[in-house]
Design a protein around this ligand. Structure first.
Ligand code: ADP
Length: 463
């Protein structure tokens, strides 16, 4: 009887058409995964994206609204209607847009379709930073020092908590995200004012005034762990990445593995992440983000979706993360055991952005020439081509150049060659900046912290 129930449930999770509720390079990446798996791919698009190559490449496309994301890629009702019209049995949210919306995950489920991602309860829990921190502590994942509960309103208690942690501290909105809703407090003099300001911002921006406080780490690296979980209680971690090369909290270059971190040190952290997934009942792919300083890891947040930088892990682990994500959504049992996960060589990813390399102002317009780099170990994930019009409405990411080499030195050299061979004319991009960054000795040495890139940019603008 029990096995009958299980197989009926699994049958209910089977699907042959996936609706992709996203755009750009990730839409194309998901179409490719579907094709290889023998699944049909339908995409939604806005009026601005109607002529994109990936829209033509899909088995079906449904235009759901005008360019503004609020009226298209964020319009849940229109997306669900498109999903029904296309006959899709599942919805893949990609990254950004609705990918971390618990309400969207629930709505897809209620409409009788499979959300390719975690259920609403997991997304809600991880989206609330205090709840997430508690879940991590319960699984033995190391967290930044600071209380695991909301800050009270009483100024004396707040001052006591700050001095117990030790200055500098950071105040964060429990519902915050995207690098907003945080304030660093260097000493007691500005504490109460900072709490008041952050609380007010949190109330307006995130709908909840809840705040918490933790130790501010002055020179950390950003290290993350990729996990993959099925709906039968199996979970594995697929190694680690270093995403310390950031500007304004936006990642610019990512690599796997994180250089200079011994397996003995990170192994127990990876195991604790997997344990956290089991305790939460997490399904799908996810990423645990950590700050790493002086040999210690501190959890900051979990992303409950596919990430932009997933290819560097695919290159080192040999696992197609998007296909694995679709398979576990179909109810399949994970086929890979932890002891079989092995990460080989080294991989880098450069985010190619449509922006001015000096001012970082977004650039829009028509790409007049586009030539892909060639060579061993080179992969480019992009939706653009010559004649493509870069629209001002969306994120400036237009391509990802990914390389793999037998070690970090070879991967760096391959990235230098790939960037030299990448030809993109018609609009301004950050390619010239990336070319110079890959010649920088400090970056080549590895183990740079999260402030390195901004300091490097400042030095260049002064020189
Ligand atoms: P968000 O959800 O808004 O991205 P995170 O908690 O992930 O917020 O933090 C974003 C960034 O802020 C981190 O990548 C790091 O650069 C910085 N940061 C967050 N917490 C700390 C901390 N305790 N000490 C130092 N820097 C921090």
């Amino acid at each position: 009887m029990q096995s009958e129930i299980v197989s009926t449930l699994d049958r209910a999770r089977r699907f042959d058409t996936v609706l992709i509720a996203n755009r750009g390079e990730i839409a194309l990446r998901i179409i490719r995964a579907c094709r290889e798996m023998g699944l049909k791919a339908a995409v939604i698009c806005s009026q601005a994206d109607r002529d994109a190559a990936y829209v033509r490449a899909a088995d079906q496309s449904i235009c759901i609204g005008p360019a503004a994301a609020a009226k298209s890629y964020l319009n849940k009702d229109a997306i669900l209607l498109a999903a029904r019209l296309s006959g899709a049995g599942a919805v893949h949210p990609g990254y950004g847009f609705l990918s971390e919306s618990a309400a969207f995950s629930a709505a897809v489920d209620e409409a009788g379709m499979v959300f390719i991602g975690p259920d609403a309860a997991s997304i809600s829990k991880m989206g609330d930073k205090i709840a997430a921190k508690n879940a991590m502590l319960a699984a033995g994942v190391p967290c930044v020092p600071g209380p695991d509960h909301e800050l009270p309103s009483d100024p004396e208690t707040i001052a006591r908590i700050a001095s117990e942690i030790g200055y500098p501290v950071i105040i964060k909105a429990a519902g915050g995200g995207g690098g907003r809703g945080m304030r660093v407090v260097p000493d007691a003099a500005t504490l109460q004012e900072s709490v008041t300001l952050t609380r007010e911002e949190a109330r307006k921006a995130f709908g909840t005034p809840a705040l918490y406080m933790e130790k501010f780490l002055p020179h950390p690296r950003h290290i993350e762990i990729q996990v993959l979980c099925d709906s039968h209680g199996n979970a594995v971690w697929l190694g680690h990445r270093d995403c310390s090369m950031q500007r304004r909290h936006q990642k610019v270059v990512e690599e796997a593995p994180a250089p200079g971190i011994a397996h003995d040190l990170i192994g127990p952290v990876g195991e604790a992440c997997v344990e956290a997934c089991r305790l939460i009942g997490y399904r799908g792919v996810g990423t645990f983000e950590f700050l790493y300083e002086d040999g210690a890891f501190y959890f900051i947040e979990m992303n409950t979706r596919l990430q932009v930088e997933h290819p560097v892990t695919e290159m080192t682990s040999g696992i197609d993360i998007v296909q694995a994500q679709i398979k576990v959504a179909q109810g399949e049992v994970l086929q890979v055991a932890q002891e079989r996960v092995s990460c080989e060589g080294h991989s880098f990813e450069c985010r190619i952005n449509a922006e001015d390399p000096a001012t970082f102002m977004p650039s829009a317009g028509i790409i007049t020439e586009f030539e892909l780099p060639q060579g061993p170990g080179v992969r480019v994930d992009t939706h653009i081509e010559a004649g493509y019009k870069v629209s001002p409405y969306y994120d400036s990411l237009i391509a990802k150049v990914i390389v793999h080499g037998s070690d970090r030195r070879q991967a760096m050299e391959r990235m230098r060659k790939a960037l030299a061979g990448l030809k993109l004319e018609g609009i301004a991009t950050n390619i010239p900046l990336l070319r110079v960054l890959f010649e920088d000795e400090g970056f080549a040495a590895g183990e740079a912290d999260i402030h390195y890139l901004e300091k490097w940019l400042k030095k260049r603008s002064v020189a």
